[in-house]
Design a protein around this ligand. Sequence first.
Ligand code: SF4
Length: 85
Amino acid sequence: METTRCKRCLLREAFPADYQKYVLSLLQKIRPADRAEQTCYDRRLAICGQCDQLNHGTCMGCGCLVELRAAYRKEKCPFRRWENG
Ligand code: SF4
């Protein structure tokens, strides 16, 4: 059965194998001092999940994988849609 994908799916939802291969190992390498708190991370991704710029886990505003960008404490949304900008 084929998986239904929405362009506002995160990579982990739309392409879990790619998420495992490309994102998870990078997330694990982020230094704790640089990492966003889990609640902040979850809020950012929830905002991305409602955003017209999201395309299968990639932000069309900056070209990043949002699941990576959102994990860094000091990163910001290119359109200032996250609560910290
Ligand atoms: S980082 Fe900002 S512009 Fe990009 S998908 Fe998330 S909320 Fe939208």
